[in-house]
Design a protein around this ligand. Sequence first.
Ligand code: FMN
Length: 329
Amino acid sequence: ADQLRLSVAPMMDWTDPHCRAFHRVLAPHARLYSEMVHANAVIHGDRARLLAMDPSEHPVALQLGGSEPELLAQAARIGAEAGFDEINLNCGCPSDRVQAGRFGACLMREPALVADSVAAMIAACASLEKPVPVTVKCRLGVDDDHEWERFIAFVDTIAAAGCRMFVVHARNAWLQGLSPKENREVPPLRYDWAYRLKVERPQLQVIVNGGIADAAEATAHLGHVDGAMLGRAAYHTPYLLHELDVRWFGGALRTRGELLRAYRPYVEAQLGKGVFLKHITRHLLGLFSGQPGGRAFRQVLSEGAHRPGADWSLLEQALALTGREGVAA
Ligand code: FMN
């Protein structure tokens, strides 16, 4: 049987290395994903920055954008050599900029090209010491595609190229007239297609994504698919990741304060390298969301982290305000 998979979604501007290192503390068993990086950027850009990763992050996937098999293959190999544990191809992003470059969600209309890309990526990673799987993150279709046959043909074509795991953001992408943000909210969710995919292709690993708001919802999906990928809920209410990790994989539930302090060595190491505290704390604001003192915690961090010389003591200061009812916010 496939391993149960708890994943944190790739999110541009959000799932940077500081964020992922934090999520790792919260959820030791989760699979983490990078922000999307275009294959061209990996090949020609500032690799040290684009592929930056802390050793604590494993297992972590690099998400690539692109649609040229040769370039994707080169980028996949570079990512695998840089230590990423999985290379994921973005077939779900609907933004205009992405469509102009002919990748992201519009690739759902080009299964043969995606299959060629995946095959080239797998071949490029095959000769490595440690095999690195190539996976795909997709939607159900684009615009008014509503035929199951079209979706399953997309999956089958890519599976035939060697892809075994599909992350299904269980809604269509509407390529006209919706912003990327609206494209994560407006097209209706249809989890039943992800479930049906698992029923009809049990040999594939199917991870469901989209609109999963809490631990009960995430857990309910496990009756149908191999795992769940959480995006916005994980980012805004990160303690949810910890609850899910403990619920699915076992271990003792730790408090938010304990988890924050377990992140301290990472924070101190980064500060030592000259990283500004605000680049780290922006990912922590939701840790006490919905808890007594949660707003004060957020406020102290967002106001104090910008000050020159801000260091760990700010987090202790913020922490001291939590757990008490009625703390001024
Ligand atoms: N999906 C990708 O495949 N690649 C990305 O780079 C990416 N960037 C995103 C950035 C933000 C700020 C958000 C909110 C979403 C992004 N997504 C991206 C989509 C998420 O991975 C996910 O599919 C989507 O948010 C639905 O899951 P959720 O409802 O749990 O958030």
